[in-house]
Design a protein around this ligand. Structure first.
Ligand SMILES: *Cc1c(COP(=O)(O)O)cnc(C)c1O
Length: 417
């Protein structure tokens, strides 16, 4: 559930009309609802009441400092996948002991930064990374807390591009190598084995794949115990889906009870890395209709936001709902809603029945709070959109719209030209 609702003909974010935001900030603009973020975090947290747990919000879903602060203030930690994300999380005031670091390609300087920061643990994704961590920690005179990210080879039944837990995926260490690698890590001086981790994919709409992977992990945890390797943390990653269209994902409470039932006898502290579930439905992208045109077979609605602002439809064929900011259209038409980018793949909506938007109408693309702004780019030298956070009847620009001057910063013309 979210706080983007109509009052009369006007779409609001909490108690602020989206039209008023655009009047002050311009378009396109991402608008987030603080009440929605808090509600989603709380629902997730309460789903694990009674089980020791930490919610390490996945920074890559939406990494704006104000969003991170909202999560951190509620007791959350973060899951990071780069040194840049660590920097952001620290800027927002995260407790380093609530930071887990995932990612297949951690660089030396990023590892050093995380070790010097004193993060909780590294989710190690390869055999070579184990050695690298041990070496760098030794050099710095530190101990690196680690969990091995294992790949349980479970099909999460989601989009192939966001399926990460199959054997053929680039992520994690395969089940059949895991015990050997734990043994190797145990004998390394500068590592402390803290846990086990998996993250099987994103936008999962069923609990079964989560439960299946826990069952596989449990066998492994048992084998490790028999070898005297005792873990503290079970990190189950993120991946719980949200409703974009007609999906019917489990409620956090149902996901929580299934997981609690499966893990209650393990005596492990649970870690979760939700991203989309917290931020997805807490944001919209508001854009303006620039032109409309009709072809024999097709209607196009051309807007001031494109695939550089919201990449998911172009990248994965994802569905985003669209709603008028002011409802005054004459019915619906079948159309493509497209951006200004010079690519045929630049659409936000393809062949759907949509309100009959006319020039200057504003529209909100729903469920754009996760993997929206963070995946945006400057393609076609388009400044990235502004971001706004609403709290009740107040709103603040939490990221200014970029200027073209920002986009050429750092470029230079060599003297020979
Ligand atoms: C992307 C990612 C997440 C978050 O996934 P969601 O589907 O947004 O919950 C969590 N953990 C890891 C390792 C990730 O790569």
């Amino acid at each position: 559930m979210h706080h983007f609702q109509y009052k009369g003909n006007e779409l609001y974010a909490e108690d602020v009309a989206l039209r008023d935001i655009v009047a002050q900030v311009g378009s396109p603009v991402y608008v987030y609802s603080q009440a929605t973020l808090e509600r989603h975090f709380k629902a997730f947290d309460e789903a694990f009441a009674g089980a020791p747990h930490t919610i390490c919000y996945s920074v890559k879903a939406n990494s704006n400092l104000a969003i991170l602060k909202t999560i951190i203030r509620m007791g959350g930690g973060v899951d990071i996948v780069s040194g840049g994300e660590l920097y952001r999380a620290l800027q927002a005031g995260v407790d380093p002991k609530k930071v887990v670091y995932s990612g297949v390609g951690k660089r030396d300087d990023e590892i050093e930064y995380a070790l010097n920061t004193g993060i909780l643990m590294f989710n190690v994704e390869s055999e070579q990374e184990i050695d690298r961590l041990n070496e760098i920690a030794g050099r710095l005179g530190k101990k690196a807390g680690i969990a091995l990210r294992v790949n349980p080879d479970v099909d999460p039944q989601t989009h192939p591009y966001i399926t990460t837990g199959l054997k053929k995926a680039k992520f994690g260490i395969t089940m059949d190598r895991a015990v050997e690698e734990y043994k190797r890590a145990r004998d390394m001086e500068n590592l402390e084995i803290l846990g086990i981790d998996c993250h099987i994919g994103s936008q999962l709409t069923k609990v079964e794949p989560f439960v299946d992977s826990i069952r596989k992990l449990k066998e492994l945890i048992g084998e490790l115990k028999a070898l005297g390797i005792n873990l503290k943390y079970l990190d189950l990653g993120g991946g719980l889906g949200i409703q974009y269209d007609a999906e019917d994902p489990p409620l956090p409470a149902d996901y929580g009870s299934a997981i609690k039932a499966e893990t209650k006898d393990l005596g492990l502290h649970l870690i979760f890395e939700p991203g989309r579930n917290i931020a997805g439905n807490a944001g919209v992208l508001v854009a303006k209709c620039l032109y409309t045109k009709e072809r024999d077979e097709k209607n196009f609605i051309i807007i001031d936001a494109g695939m550089n602002d919201l990449a998911r439809p172009a990248l994965y064929g994802s569905f985003h709902g669209v709603q008028p900011v002011v409802k005054d259209q004459d019915g619906m038409i079948p159309a493509d809603i497209v951006g200004p980018i010079c690519e045929t793949g630049d659409f936000l909506i393809k062949e759907r029945s949509v309100p009959m938007f006319k020039q200057n109408d504003l529209m909100a693309f729903m469920s754009a709070g996760a993997y929206g702004f963070t995946m945006s780019s400057n393609y076609n030298t388009r400044p990235r959109a502004a971001e706004v956070l609403v709290n009740g009847d107040k709103f603040v620009v939490i990221r200014e719209r970029e200027k073209v001057e920002d986009l050429v910063r750092g470029e230079s013309i060599p003297a020979w030209l």
